[in-house]
Design a protein around this ligand. Structure first.
Ligand code: GTP
Ligand code: MG
Length: 541
């Protein structure tokens, strides 16, 4: 119900921050933060006392990723210079170090044998999701499908600590780019900040050089204008490619912890991809990508409006990933972005609607919300407090089931999805799936999707709607730990039943029923060990 949603919105009644405010706050915080590789067995107290010599520490936490790391946020930026002053460069015993001084350090014990002897390992915050079979067990002990969705989100969402780490990585990359462009900023976008991010998701970064392009206030007096002499290239795309090529080389050559650097400059949106080993996630650095930044803000707004939006979108994204509807590899499948827009569209179509249309958000915009990017109107209200809460009180049980029902029967052959209007429209071209780009309106964001992939999605959606409807008729939720509700939908067997094609629904459903029965019998066993057949990948990423 809406009431349930509201109790989970801790910010009801208080002013919610805008996307830009959150970004600015976190980016500033990241600049006062360092990342330290340290021994697992270390006295936390001594560690903090040692670092406190350089200034007040606001917060810190430990995590594991190829070793133990500490993220330490100082209260003042000056503390970092003070710490760097007493930090030595590595010796040249084995390999020679490239002397680029960053905020990524290694701390070692002077006398490891005595210092670590009676020390317990430090407490580490989790940075990855639990195994899916453990998740399934947890979901089974929830008391409603709604609570299953919230449990999934609680388990898989980005933590506050992981979010801080993502901003810190942006800030470390910004330090490298600043060598050439001192006024640049590197900002996260995509699922790291759009409220739908899952632990382990990639970090999309935007190298923002826009401030550099801005004209300073022109001197009002005097007979002259001054202008920089700058290299000229034929297009913005070529400028982006050249900048990313150089920054990519810098990341490769000087970026501590950055491995596997690939320059993918011929992509629709040129990018540099690498793994940030200490952080434990993949990074995609782009520039000249303001529309994507704006899309992320739009998703952030929708995700922050009502807790049911996040829970539904988050669960659908996980469900799709488990069944290979979406993939981390580019290809003919539905992307997370497209799937998110589909789920938002569904929520706009409820009676009464759960979220406003993009045109309604545009009507609420004021002067500072006006954004025209590359000729596209990307205007919408950024102040969440201006958007009236919905009157809709449907439960997530209903919404999840109806989501599958809705898309299981959607006329994809003739209709397109349009979140600007909140209405389906005639498809302007025959792509199997047509989702209008919210800003670049003549484009289809799911042009890549092939018929076969869409058919799989539809078949799976129908199967899942059927499973949820059956349970609605007779399930006693607290009876045992057999997979039910969302847990049942995450089982790989659901997908394999659908792939076998256009067989009668009854047959596929019979198999699901027998599977559920067999799980009832074996419910004390781990799902992974059930006859060797039910293996899950440990990450749904
Ligand atoms: P993950 O799969 O968790 O990484 O989800 P994501 O939302 O971060 O998606 P992805 O990394 O593929 O893309 C990052 C952002 O780029 C999205 O949030 C969108 O803002 C934008 N984006 C991605 N795909 C498209 C597309 O097809 N068209 C447009 N216009 N923007 C896109
Ligand atoms: Mg992403």
């Amino acid at each position: 119900m809406g009431g349930e949603g509201k109790t989970r919105d801790s910010k009801v009644g208080t002013r919610k921050k805008t996307f830009s405010e959150v970004q600015a706050e976190r980016l500033e915080q990241a600049q006062r933060t360092v990342l330290i590789n340290c021994p697992a067995k270390i006295s936390e107290k001594k560690f903090l006392t040692y670092l406190s010599h350089h200034g007040k520490i606001n917060s810190h936490y430990f995590y594991e990723s190829y070793g133990t790391y500490a993220v330490v946020e100082f209260s003042e930026k000056d503390s970092i210079a003070s710490l760097q002053d007493v930090t030595r460069t590595p010796g040249i015993e084995e390999e020679c170090a490239v002397p680029f001084k960053s905020r990524l350090f290694t701390l070692t014990l002077k006398n490891p044998s005595t210092q670590a002897a009676h020390q317990a390992p430090v407490h580490c915050h989790k940075q990855s999701t639990i195994l899916i079979n453990d998740l399934v067990q947890k979901l089974c002990s929830a008391d409603s499908v709604s609570n299953q969705l919230y449990t999934l989100m609680d388990e898989y969402q980005l933590t506050e600590e992981n979010t801080k780490l993502r901003f810190l990585v942006c800030s470390l990359i910004q330090d490298i780019a600043c060598a050439y462009f001192p006024e640049c900023t590197v900002k996260p976008f995509g699922s790291s900040v759009n409220t739908f991010g899952k632990l382990g998701c990639d970090l999309d970064m935007f190298l923002d050089l826009d401030e550099i392009g801005r004209s300073p206030t022109r001197a009002k007096t005097g007979p002259f204008y001054m202008e920089y002499q700058m290299k000229r290239v034929p297009s913005e795309r070529i400028a982006s490619q050249r900048i990313l090529s150089v920054i990519g080389d810098c990341i490769d050559n000087f970026g501590a912890g950055c491995v596997g650097v690939q320059k993918i400059l011929n992509a629709r949106c040129p990018l540099v991809r690498f793994s940030h080993q200490p952080a434990g996630f993949q990074c995609d650095l782009t520039t000249n990508n303001r529309v994507a930044m704006r899309s992320s803000e739009l998703l952030y707004i929708y995700g922050s409006l009502d807790s049911r939006v996040r829970a539904l979108v988050f669960s659908v994204r996980c469900w799709a990933r488990v069944h290979g509807i979406t993939s981390t590899i580019p290809g003919p499948w539905i992307t997370n972005f497209s799937l998110t827009i589909m789920a938002l569209f569904f929520l706009q179509k409820r009676t009464p609607p759960i979220i406003p249309t993009l045109d309604q958000l545009k009507d609420l915009a004021d002067a500072e919300d006006k954004h025209i990017i590359e000729g596209y109107d990307c205007t919408f209200a950024s102040n969440l407090n201006k958007i009236k809460p919905t009157e809709n009180t449907e439960t997530l049980d209903v919404l999840l089931s109806d989501f599958f029902e809705y898309f299981g029967n959607f006329a994809f052959n003739k209709n397109s999805i349009n979140i600007r209007k909140g209405k389906e429209q005639n498809k302007p071209e025959p792509s199997p799936l047509y989702i209008q780009n919210p800003f670049e309106r003549a484009l289809n964001i799911s042009k890549n999707v092939q018929e076969k992939q869409l058919d799989r999605f539809v078949a799976l959606a129908r199967e899942c709607a059927w499973i949820l409807q059956q349970e609605d008729k007779g399930h006693s939720s607290l009876s045992n730990s057999q997979p039910w509700g969302l847990a049942a939908l995450l089982l790989p067997s659901v997908a394999s039943n659908c792939v076998k094609g256009k067989k009668k629904r009854g047959q596929a459903s019979e198999r699901i029923k027998s599977l559920l029965d067999s799980l009832k019998i074996n419910n004390s066993e781990s799902l992974v060990n059930n006859g060797g057949k039910r293996t899950f990948s440990n990450q749904t990423q």
